[in-house]
Write a protein that binds this ligand. Sequence first.
Ligand SMILES: [Zn+2]
Length: 284
Amino acid sequence: MALRHWLASALVAAACAASSAGAQRSPPAPATPRIYVLENGTINGLDPALFNFRREELEQVDFVNMAYLIVHPRGTLMFDAGAVPDSHFKGDGSPVVEGVVTATKPLLPQLAAAGYEPADVTYFALSHFHSDHTGNANEFANATWIVQKAERDYMFADSPEGIIQPATYAALRNADTKVLNNEDFDVFGDGSVVVMATPGHTPGHQVVAVKLANRGTVVLAGDLYHYPEERTTGRLPTFELDPEQSKVSRARIEKFVEDNDAEIWIEHDIATHAALPKSPRYVD
Ligand SMILES: [Zn+2]
């Protein structure tokens, strides 16, 4: 009898230890939303002509590749997934060079530094399917994937063409999916994190507007723009899928920015991200 009691309480204690170890994995939910900025490296040697610029018209020609973890009191949203899968890193600290992309930091350790694992991520969204944004998308197939129908259709077409690496996101095919029909989605239901449809660069490009208590409203702009100079000149990349649609999307976001006194973080912009704290620090 005594032994049985001892066994039972030992088992209960072990179960409690296991569950509290699990609970320790993700930090307590914050009172207000925050954004963790994750860096994946750079794209170098781009031809400005691809973006309808001459070299001397641009402050910076190179890109940074970023991703963001948005933590809300009711859950988390991972936005974009880097350019290079973590599995391509050798683990000896050396960068991974693939064509014009140089990746200096794997993504998941930066999530872990903030206290999160992919299993803790509630929602996953891509700005768009270009391969410099989908690197680690497969890691988030257990989250609910928020995607525009036109984008998803393109991604899972028989032979999608362009800047695309279907193997990096193949696992999303069977993910729980929130399919949007060229529409916005209020992710946590309180208006503080909204995925906004901005087609043009790709069929279902999207940005995320985040209302932060201290910083104000931030638009994570994906590739709505690549360079700040596109905002001032109105120029579009040469490889835009639907330039007219892009102009409409840009105008819509610029109006949103004006109405909400928001700032735009252009995902590839070096200057924007040089000024931001990186995970495990955050912006709130
Ligand atoms: Zn891009």
